[in-house]
Write a protein that binds this ligand. Sequence first.
Ligand code: SAM
Length: 432
Amino acid sequence: MREDEEARARKRARKQARRERREKEGQGAVAGPLSPPPPAPLPLAAAGRDEEERRARKTERKLEKRARKERKERKERKEEESEGPFAPAPPLSPPPPLPIHVDSSTLSAEWPFPTAFGDHYETPLLAYSHVGPVLASLPPPPSELRIYDPYFCRGGMKGHLRSLGFPNVTNLPRDFYADVADGALPPHDVLLTNPPYSGDHKSRLFGFLLASGRPYLLLLPAWTAKWLPWRTYLYAASRRLKGKAATMEGARERTRKLANLSADLERKARVFYVAPPAGTKYEYAAAVRAREEAPFHGVWFCGNFGSEEATEKAAGAVGGGCRVYRTLGELVGGGIVEGIEGGRGKMDAEAEGRRRGAIAKLEEGRKRKRAEHGRARNYGEREVARAAPAAALGGDVEARLKLPGNERACRHFFAGAGCVRGDKCRFDHELA
Ligand SMILES: C[S@@+](CC[C@H](N)C(=O)[O-])C[C@H]1O[C@@H](n2cnc3c(N)ncnc32)[C@H](O)[C@@H]1O
């Protein structure tokens, strides 16, 4: 609007100047009410035109100056009305809340890796506050401690940890396993996470921790403490601490049955558990349409602190009414985990039925394969080779087995129930 008025005023000024020029050249000047004072007569018409143009330009400049002044005044008035030029900017409106997914069809729009519907729960601040003292007991100091959570939901955990004095946290929407494969993990001092509970995520994480050797704190359902892959991990970790090579695969071979595993594996693996104060159960923030509450007790599984002293220091830092448990037996005794026979199976009879069905199917498949290959794998059905009686071998076989040169003698063949490998046995069936 203002610009239009100014343009019109400039046009009027030019028109006026032209009119005056014409009057001067022809009929003589008649001063109008808005005309500038009559100029001194010039000898030539051209000189008169120059003078008129100069005046027109001057008028134009004046009008522009006035317009600029008006614009400045308007701006100042506006600033005054809004508490001056340094008034704080109006607060930004908070970002709209992220949607709650009602089924799996929308998950890939939010997470750039395959995920399961039931895994999208964020750890609450309370849970982090319970292990804050453990984190603070680790070197370096909290402001420098590099914390890595490889499993990403909505990144809320970074804010929680910052509020507890740990600003250096990495939790990104990246595929953890791809980063492991690419060697693209962020440098970190401790791994702190609540992993997805579905599929084989937990086992994969245990395998990673076994290899990495870095301190970790994992928030897991309490029943995981009696779960075979965790006990297998403990077995492998305890062997590593004894200076022996161990992998999850190798350990699996040795720990087929829970009964095979020692009750104090946690101590051997230098691991401890932190449970919230009695009567407290963590409430997770769901990114998906949730059940009423988590059907399990969340417990922190902590390990890889290094020496026994370092492990004790970390466990000793736990406070705030939280309870430290050293073994599965203690968790059972404390009512956190049900005994081997109870718990998970009882909790979900349907899942247990499915599990039994799957095992039966697997067993059937194995039997079929055995029949197809015409090879009985059962010890009872297999041909066993045994050494001749001790007397025939010439004396105390046990003593002879200890002699140098007999290190590679097959103990099954000479002193055990017999060797089922026969010609394929990689140990010697003859004594030196
Ligand atoms: C139980 S939530 C916990 C999230 C977060 N760690 C926390 O404590 O709040 C597990 C998350 O793991 C994420 N996840 C699943 N597979 C993943 C992968 N391959 N890489 C990174 N994150 C993954 C899922 O998006 C899921 O939200």
